[in-house]
Write a protein that binds this ligand. Structure first.
Ligand SMILES: [Zn+2]
Length: 879
């Protein structure tokens, strides 16, 4: 205590600090590892780090990732957790590890720089009393055992979300695995044990009370000479490093984004095309199967065609992992492509670490889940049969990833996980053609798919985001024109999710997968990597000229947030897994293709004397693909074609083009097809009896408890329909249908009334025509739709959970009063929708009453209508 008080007087601190033992004597028996920071390990597993005075203030990264996963959730080998920037500083006799705030910046030495320095603090993450020191040479030894063999990324916070039970780090069962030192980096790996307060329900951990997690830390020096950053441009899809720049006060705004890219400099700066001083090199880990290696290599080097447009040859190379036992794929100096096991979801991910100061990508590791192409049996997630729970599982995985690090969410890539289903569809087509037998897939088909997948993931690690509009660049009639696609790509970008390109006309089949990077890929690399003179954080004329093509076919760009089915996703041309200029035609062709595959499916899929369960997967997959396009098509209601352009573009193209009445009407016709009673007419129902799951209920089986044992085609169809309804009746979409009609000069605009009546008259067609609803499938959808109308048309929904409360007038409001005195509680923007839904309920009520009045022989249909009628009466005051 005395020491503590004395140290605050400041001038006495050196005397106190000198009480720490001499560094060299202290470490005499330790095992030293020289490196960027020298480290020392002790017999009992302690870890010490030496920092020198010269290093104070030097910024470095600590990159944390899972070293060994357990193959579930996102606890996967190599999965990135955190990238943080730190520096060391000395205050009194403490050495502090300080986390640097890079969100607010200004040029140092300026007034703004001073203001930012005062206004935004860095955070002291750790404070160390030196365990030993050498004052003469300014060396300090820090005991970092507890920091690294500890819960550095605060996993105890998000693990309960993943496993549903609490966790505590048990230090007694946690230890250092290794430490390796290099000139510019230090690599530390630790094996941690988290004890569970409850029971971990996962076959992936051997002991249900214990969760082993290994972490890898890369301590990575930042380049001495920072790279020149390039200002982002919203017309081109680079990952960015965003920050607030206070130096630009007086400019258009504070928000600044620089692109993430590799530092490529020409060896010969005056040559039109030159090799780079330092190429981008990917090491291919020796876990990749030999026969697939050539395709992985091609998938990397395919990008050289794009880099040539930027003035570089041999810019990007793939090399085998060095034959050196000390080589470590987690070593931050190396970019790698790794093959990892995962039982829960098959995906590939291409994370990269960028210098926060400049966006310079320092390294990248691509993780490919080993069984990504396994087309039969192993895809447990897919075999869950229940689409709604599948969607939830995906959302949950994304949420977990976000808990670990919100920045990771943009990096997540689903392409690999969808590829297995896509390959299966291609396989079945080829078997039907007689080009394959039902055995294993020939390596060239898998290889070509893998080449495209790797090209896609490499694209992420050279800075590119998804471009889900790229597939619209290829005219539908040229999709199988090999000369065209070899030059331009099947799509304008490998950054789309491109399905195999299967021709409906089997005699006119072109390339199945992209054999080149596309037009967009070449353009964006040219823009991002071309060296330009006098580069500042202002738009550069040379780059502006390149970017100006953004409205042209082949250069259109739309990414994740515009592509889902959420409110920002309003462009029906920005969708995934389609091919060619017209997504609607693509999906209608797909239904025709799949309907042609039902007949003879069993004989094509199964050998004699083979178990039947493979048929379950094959048939489920075809059904899934059969209806895959419909949710996307629902984006056409209130749809807007979005083009990323700047003012003054050559054709004066607007960023937004509302879909015409005809386009929306055509989409309604297509979408309503799946609400008709005959929707499953092409599916051979007798197949259900030949689609058992595996006949073992155990760990190795593809059958999970909670699933239906018999194939639930009925529930499958309902889930697809619910998904489409949710997308079509998203409030934001309904408002845009209204908006489009409001400002339309079309004589017959597409209206909310037309849309809602279209759904009612299709889903409730039988009752509206005076007939009893005889089909259980239709009744299920009718019931869901009725609930939706009630939500929209009454104030029942808003009363849920608040029905006991008085409204603003002090009156108690029971659910069911159709004219809410508290109008503010309703969304006024949905006023017309509300009225229309109300009117539909009144009409439906009348139609139901009429059918009931006639009398119904079918007891279930009668009961259904009695209940539905009562539900409407409970919701609105029908009189
Ligand atoms: Zn991706």
């Amino acid at each position: 205590l005395v020491g503590l008080f004395i140290s605050f007087s400041g001038d006495l601190s050196p005397a106190v600090a000198s009480e720490a033992p001499d560094l060299d004597e202290f470490v005499a028996t330790f095992h030293p590892t020289p490196g960027y920071f020298s480290t020392y390990t002790t017999e009992d597993g302690g870890l010490y780090l030496e920092v020198t005075e010269e290093q104070f203030g030097d910024e470095f990264l600590i990159v944390t990732q899972f070293a060994k996963g357990n193959g579930s959730g996102f606890i996967l080998t190599g999965f990135p957790i955190l990238t943080e920037m730190f520096y060391f500083q000395k205050r009194f006799n403490k050495i502090e590890l300080v986390s640097k705030n890079m969100n607010f910046r200004a040029e140092e030495g300026t007034i703004q720089g001073r203001m930012v320095g005062l206004g935004f603090s860095d955070s002291v993450r750790k404070s160390f009393s030196p365990a030993a020191q050498d004052l003469e040479d300014g060396r300090y030894l820090l005991d970092v055992t507890g920091s690294f063999i500890g819960d550095w990324p605060s996993m105890a916070g998000f693990l309960p979300g993943v496993y549903g039970t609490g966790f505590f780090l048990d230090k007694s069962r946690s230890s250092l695995d290794y430490v390796k030192g290099f000139e510019r980096n230090v690599e530390i790996e630790v094996d941690l044990t988290f004890g569970a307060t409850g029971f971990i329900n996962s076959p992936n951990v051997p002991d249900p009370k214990t969760l082993p997690i290994s972490l890898h830390y890369s301590i990575l020096a930042l380049p001495d000479e920072p790279m020149k950053p390039r200002l982002a441009d919203n017309r081109l899809g680079f990952f960015t490093t965003p920050y607030f720049d206070y130096s630009s006060v007086g400019g258009p705004g504070l928000g600044t984004r620089i692109i993430n890219r590799w530092r490529l400099e020409k060896k010969d700066p005056f040559a039109e095309i030159s090799e780079p001083v330092k190429p981008i090199v990917y090491y291919l880990e020796n876990t990749i199967p030999d026969e697939l290696m050539p395709y992985v290599k091609e998938g990397v080097e395919i990008w050289n065609k794009a880099f040539e447009k930027a003035g570089f040859k041999n810019a990007i190379l793939a090399m085998p992992q060095p034959n050196d036992p000390d080589w470590d794929p987690a070593d931050a100096r190396y970019s790698t492509i790794r093959w990892i096991p995962n039982t829960q979801n098959t995906f590939a991910i291409g994370p990269s670490d960028a210098d926060p100061r400049t966006g310079e990508i320092l390294n990248a590791d691509i993780l490919v889940v080993s069984d990504w192409f396994t087309s039969i049996n192993n895809d447990r997630e897919f075999l869950a049969d229940n689409l709604i729970s599948d969607f939830n599982t995906r959302d949950q995985l994304v949420q977990w990833a976000a808990m670990m690090n919100p920045n990771n969410v943009n990096l997540l890539c689903d392409y690999g996980s969808s590829m297995s289903g896509q390959i299966e569809l291609m396989r079945q087509t080829l078997i039907q053609d007689g080009m394959l037998d039902s055995g294993a897939d020939p390596i060239e088909y898998i290889g070509e798919a893998l080449r495209e997948l790797i090209a896609h993931e490499v694209g992420h690690t050279i800075g590119l985001r998804h471009n889900f509009k790229a597939s619209t660049a290829t005219p539908r009639e040229r999709l199988h024109d090999v000369e065209f696609t070899k030059e331009n790509g099947l799509a304008a970008s490998v950054m789309d999710y491109n399905p195999p390109n299967i021709s409906l006309d089997r005699s006119a089949q072109g390339e199945y997968f992209n054999s080149t990077v596309g037009t967009y890929d070449q353009w964006i690399i040219e823009w991002g990597y071309r060296q330009v003179g006098n580069e500042t954080l202002n738009p550069h004329p040379e780059l502006q000229e390149i970017a100006a093509k953004s409205y042209m076919t082949g250069y259109l760009y739309a990414t994740d947030e515009e592509t889902g089915t959420g409110p920002v996703a309003m462009d029906p041309y920005a969708i995934q897994y389609d091919m060619g200029s017209d997504p609607f035609n693509y999906y209608s062709d797909l239904t025709v293709l799949i309907d042609s595959l039902w007949e003879g499916l069993e004989d094509r899929i199964l050998e004699d004397d083979e178990e039947f369960n493979r048929l379950r997967y094959a048939a489920h997959l075809l059904l899934f693909q059969r209806f895959r396009g419909f949710p996307w098509m629902a984006k056409a209601f209130g749809g807007v074609e979005v083009t990323r352009v700047h003012k003054g573009n050559d054709l004066n193209v607007s960023p937004f083009r509302p879909l015409t009445a005809t386009e929306q009407r055509d989409a309604l016709d297509v979408v309503l097809q799946i609400f008709k009673p005959g929707v499953l007419d092409t599916f051979p129902m007798e197949l259900i009896d030949r689609m058992p799951p595996e006949r073992y209920i155990d760990l190795a089986s593809n059958y999970n408890f909670g699933n239906r044992f018999t194939y639930p085609v009925h529930d499958f169809m309902t889930a697809v329909r619910i998904n489409v309804l949710n997308i079509a009746f998203n409030p934001e979409r309904l408002m845009r249908v209204r908006d489009h009609a409001f400002r339309s000069d079309d004589l017959s605009p597409f209206t909310l009334a037309e849309m809602i009546e279209g759904f009612t008259n299709t889903i409730w067609a039988d009752v509206m025509m005076g007939l009893a609803p005889r089909s259980s499938l239709q009744r299920e959808t009718q019931s869901v739709y009725l609930d939706m109308l009630i939500n929209l048309g009454s104030n029942a929904a808003i009363s849920v959970g608040s029905s006991a409360q008085a409204n603003e007038h002090g009156q108690y409001e029971p659910t069911g009063s159709h004219l809410p005195p508290n109008l503010a509680a309703l969304n006024p923007f949905l006023n017309d929708t509300h009225a229309l839904a109300f009117a539909e309920l009144v009409d439906l009520h009348g139609a139901i009453a009429a059918v009931l009045a006639v009398g119904i022989a079918d007891r279930t249909a009668e009961a259904f209508l009695m209940e539905a009628k009562n539900r409407i009466e409970q919701a609105i005051n029908i009189n």
